[in-house]
Ligand binder design. Structure first.
Ligand code: ADP
Ligand code: ZN
Length: 758
């Protein structure tokens, strides 16, 4: 027998290897194997097993990794589709379906040796340099596989054994399963009695789940309807429910139904809302009773060891429910009954490096391939998803009201042009918002303030010559960070000292001023206005570790904080009954970006942030400060009118031929030499023109400098393609990319269905 193997090095090709007698029976489609390649040993995945090969003289597989095939046949098929549709090398797609910790594992976990740090009793001994270095790493990681430690420190097991002799570390061979949530005590919950809207949604979802194994639509008498005469109702649902309408309860009961059918479920949530709060709700429901199962969690904050163990719990079938961020869509749940994508409109579902897949769209495809029902949930669905309902591709389910008749918060838009004070410019807080905060402080209710920009001031400008301090590597103004007294780039993290005089050689004017604002400044000004208020800020600058996030949320929950200021980190998922006021400091900030989704993004953000107010018994109030208060995105958000926004936004997209009326592919060329990049882009454009003979509706715009014209010292040029049939375009692009001759120092990134146009 021979095996066809896709290697981890990107060659866009598969290679045949013979299966040696001692490995017979262990190699199957999806096995991870180590094979010789030239002088090297390389890892790969078996994509097919056959009787014979067209090649003579095959080399043999060296070893098989893991006791089970790591990539299931179904996930393998999904990876193939990703490679084709998203126009990337099949190896790249395959690589993304296994977590690094699982992929790199050099042996089955049963035989793994772990090194764990032990508490030091008494004085810490003086160690030889080598041992000290090794100990430092173990200390930092707390625990890690011995093999990994040896690799990292380039040392031998003997050195580690010496540390063991000194009782500084422990080496153990038993499998120790790490549970990232081991410290929690979880109280079991029972299903709630659903309200009529929830019941109606659940009924449709479970009916779809009950449809025949073959996925076919059955007639009343149980016979399968011929697909030619009956278009089956879609098994993809869009659950449109305002925040607090009880979507999560619908998910939980739909999952219960999958478990009853002997199937598992995948729940995707944006990384940012993977809070212990969210995970607990799922664990609690299935922690006891006849549907009891482990719930595996997959996200980027886990240690490699934790991720390895969570993944294997799924593969072994012990965890039938997976909750995780984007890449959890590849979890080896089998059989799979249900996929839930919460907050389906979130842009973090799109991966910004190859393979540039969108987890929501992959979920829909995986559901289709495995006959699993897919439920996309959101209070502010993506325009594309809502449009798919109108077209009959998805089925729309609605939860129009909050549970317990909680009212939607009252939203007031404040016209900041009128807040301008003579000679003093615009204040950060309008008198209305200031007054509202004062009231909350008096009543001991809590406030959330939102501004989607960290730092103190967004730029440093010379008053005389207009010089703006820009990043030397990126075409972007530097942000002033006051605590460190630095100007910092939010793209590449470059930083420099704040200049005292204008850096422009011809000017050197000492009068430079800060303009624009960030969360640090909001905090500063707020503390001056309300010296007695307990204020905390939550953004990437202060939340460096995962415990920080949790600690602040806990103390907010316990009423130890009056006002929480934050970036989008606080925009979603959080649920605090005592928050009765939400202030959006600068609502138009995202409106004027050169992106056709700017309006949609603003609408979504305002709606999501507003949803944080009034989740308890007291009605919530929201103040939206804006310089363009009559912009439709702001006005529709004020009225909680999704349908109104959808109608008008759809018209705009139609006129300009943007998604959902077309599909977009964005080609970005990058390089250090501006002329070369530009020249390559023009060359690419000429090649693309040739595709028009095949693809009649293809339109090509550009090349043009990208909105972010330079990042990390690379110049960026873009070409935008639009078509109605993306699969055909992807196919043609894949062929073209392979033969395209680009200079060595110019790279091309192909982004299908991009969400970030910068
Ligand atoms: P969403 O996910 O739509 O934001 P949640 O599922 O978080 O809404 O529900 C909001 C609150 O209402 C939660 O505290 C939840 O426990 C509660 N809830 C949901 N459904 C019901 C129900 N049928 N009866 C009583 N309470 C419910
Ligand atoms: Zn930069």
């Amino acid at each position: 027998m021979i095996a066809r193997v896709s290697l981890e090095i990107a060659l866009r090709k598969e290679f045949d290897y013979s299966i040696p007698a001692e490995l017979a029976g262990q190699v199957d489609v999806g096995s991870r194997v180590q094979v010789p390649f030239g002088a090297r040993k390389i890892l790969g995945v078996v994509t097919a097993v056959a009787e014979e090969s067209g090649h003579a003289k095959l080399k043999a597989i060296l070893k098989v990794i893991g006791a089970q095939t790591l990539v299931t046949a179904k996930v393998l098929k999904l990876a193939r589709w990703i490679g084709e549709y998203y126009c990337c090398a099949p190896e790249t797609a395959l690589k993304s379906v296994l977590p690094e910790a699982v992929r790199k594992e050099d042996a089955g976990w049963r035989e793994r040796l772990f090194v764990r740090v032990l508490p030091v009793s008494g004085e810490f001994p003086k160690l030889p340099k080598r041992q000290q270095e090794v100990w430092n790493i173990v200390e930092e990681r707390r625990e890690l596989p011995l093999a990994e430690l040896l690799e990292l420190t380039k040392t031998t097991a003997a050195t580690v054994r010496k540390l063991e002799d000194r009782s500084l570390v422990q080496i153990t061979a038993e499998i120790s399963e790490r549970d990232p949530y081991a410290k929690e005590t979880i109280l079991a919950t029972q299903p709630l009695v659903v309200n009529p809207a929830q019941a109606a949604a659940l009924e449709k979802i479970t009916a779809a789940m009950n449809r025949g194994e073959d996925g076919g639509w059955r007639m009343e008498d149980g016979k399968r309807a011929p697909s030619s005469i009956l278009h089956p109702p879609s098994s993809t649902f869009l659950l449109h429910g305002v925040t607090g309408s009880g979507k999560t309860e619908v998910y939980l009961q739909a999952i219960a139904h999958a478990l009853e059918q002997g199937k598992g479920a995948i729940v995707l949530v944006p990384e940012i809302s993977l809070t212990p709060q969210t995970v607990e709700r799922f664990k609690a429901r299935f922690s006891s009773g006849k549907l009891q199962t482990l719930v595996a969690v997959l996200h980027s904050h886990l240690s490699a060891g934790e991720r390895h163990d969570e993944w294997h719990k799924i593969r072994q079938g012990r965890a039938r429910i997976v909750i995780g961020a984007r890449s959890a869509i590849f979890a080896p749940v089998e059989p799979l009954g249900l996929i839930i994508v919460d907050e389906e409109h979130e842009h973090t579902y799109k991966q910004e490096e190859a393979p540039r897949y969108h987890a929501r769209d992959v979920a829909v495809m995986r559901g289709h391939m495995e006959n699993a029902v897919v439920v996309l949930g959101s209070a502010t669905p993506a325009l594309e998803s809502f449009y798919n309902c109108q077209k009959g591709k998805f089925t729309l389910l609605e939860l129009p009201e909050r549970v317990d008749d909680q009212k939607m918060p009252h939203v007031r838009v404040v016209d900041m042009r009128q807040a301008k004070r003579d000679g003093k410019g615009t204040p950060i807080f309008s008198p209305q918002l200031k007054e509202a905060i004062t009231q909350r402080l008096e009543k001991h209710e809590q406030t959330i303030l939102f501004l989607n920009r960290r730092g103190y001031s967004s730029s440093l400008v010379c008053e005389k010559c207009g010089h703006i301090c820009e990043c030397p590597n990126c075409s972007l103004a530097l942000t002033y960070h006051r605590p460190e007294q630095l100007l910092r780039c939010h793209i590449c993290n470059y930083s420099e000292q704040v200049p005292r005089i204008c850096p422009n050689e011809k000017c050197k004017n000492p009068g430079i001023r800060y303009s624009g604002l960030g969360t640090q400044k909001v905090e500063d000004v707020l503390q001056k206005l309300f010296p007695r208020a307990r204020i905390k800020r939550m953004d990437a600058d202060v939340m460096k570790r995962k415990e920080d996030y949790r600690r602040v949320l806990d103390s907010f929950k316990h009423g130890e904080i009056d006002i929480l200021i934050g970036t989008q980190m606080i925009a979603k998922g959080l649920h605090f009954p005592n928050v009765t006021l939400v202030g959006i400091i600068y609502a138009d900030m995202a409106l004027h970006q050169p992106d056709f989704r700017a309006g949609e993004r603003t609408f979504q953000l305002l709606t999501q942030v507003s949803g944080r107010a009034g989740r308890g018994d007291i009605e919530g109030e929201v103040f939206v400060q804006a310089f363009t208060p009559f912009h439709p995105a702001i006005q529709f958000a004020r009225r909680h009118d999704f349908n109104g926004f959808f109608e008008q936004e759809l018209e705009f997209r139609k006129q300009l031929h943007y998604p959902p009326f077309s599909r977009v592919a964005l080609l970005t060329l990058k390089g250090r030499n501006e002329d070369k990049v530009k020249f390559s882009a023009e060359h690419l454009k000429r090649e693309l023109e040739k595709l028009k003979t095949e693809l009649k509706d293809l339109t090509i715009s550009g090349p043009a400098a990208a909105p972010l014209a330079r990042a990390e010292n690379l110049y960026r040029f873009q070409i935008m393609l639009k078509t109605r049939t993306m699969s055909a375009l992807s196919r043609e692009l894949a062929k073209m990319v392979q033969t395209l001759a680009l200079p060595d120092d110019v790279t091309l990134a192909v982004d299908i269905d991009p969400v970030n146009l910068a």
